[in-house]
Design a protein around this ligand. Structure first.
Ligand code: F6R
Length: 242
């Protein structure tokens, strides 16, 4: 586990973007695992700027997102597909057909989740998985209690996560209660995991993930088992570390 502590969120975003660009430099046809939420937005902005300056090209990359809300179509403004289009994909040279965000409207989820796992395997596995962390320690939507060996599946969101994510919706009642998410086991198979966290509200979750026991109550702690997990934090998110 490698812990990188930057002064502020902007520096943390720049560091994450640089690590992603380095990966693409090393392997232009990298398979990227991508995240949504508030945290990666600044990182995506740096990547877009690097693309505009011809410092990085995503033309040969493939991508797989961690999760999607169940019940939201890809063109719904709060869907994660829509988020990825507007925050990143529409501004870089990645091929739209090479990008994958789980389907929030699948008919048969059991079958669909297997297909998503197979698509990742067929792409050769994920080279670098970008992650955020929830205030309850979740990675993707692997809420407390999720098996550390879990695979892509449906998951019910905890009230804390619904509350945290209500800021993106007009009202809390509109936040879907179900999501389709990569499992902890799926994430651990990525060749590198890059978790970004900023802000004091993430400090407890980060302390638990890095220095706490390996536990399904903080699914980010499973990264302690990964051979190449990198945490990029700002000082506020790192303040609970000893
Ligand atoms: C999103 C995801 C979630 C978020 C987490 C933190 O694809 O997988 O685990 O990373 O909920 O969200 P923010 O960054 O909004 O605090």
């Amino acid at each position: 586990m490698r812990i990188i502590i930057e002064n502020d969120p902007a520096a943390a975003a720049k560091r994450c973007a640089t690590l992603i660009a380095d990966q693409i430099q090393k392997k232009p046809d990298s398979v990227l695992g991508l995240a949504t939420g508030g945290t990666p937005v600044a990182c995506y902005q740096v990547l877009i700027e690097m693309y505009r300056q011809n410092l990085v090209s995503f033309a040969a990359c493939k991508s797989f997102n961690l999760d999607e809300y169940v019940g939201l179509a890809g063109d719904h403004p709060q869907s994660y597909r829509h988020f990825m289009q507007t925050q990143l994909f529409d501004h870089i040279d990645i091929d739209r057909d090479a990008t994958h965000v789980p389907n929030g409207l699948a008919k048969d989820y059991e079958a669909y989740c297997e297909v998503y796992e197979q698509q990742i395997a067929d792409a050769g596995g994920i080279d670098l998985q970008l992650l955020g962390i929830g205030t309850d320690g979740h990675i993707a939507f692997n809420e407390p209690g999720s098996s550390l060996g879990s695979r892509t599946r449906l998951k019910t969101l905890m009230p804390e996560t619904v509350q945290d994510n209500a800021r993106f919706f007009d009202s809390i009642d509109e936040v879907p209660r179900l999501a389709v998410t990569m499992g902890v086991g799926t994430i651990l198979e990525s060749r590198q995991c890059l978790l970004m966290a900023t802000g004091a509200h993430k400090a407890d979750a980060i302390a638990g993930a890095i220095e706490g026991p390996l536990t399904c109550q903080n699914t980010a702690s499973a990264l302690q088992l990964h051979r190449d997990a990198v945490f990029v934090l700002d000082e506020a998110a790192a303040q609970g570390l000893t």
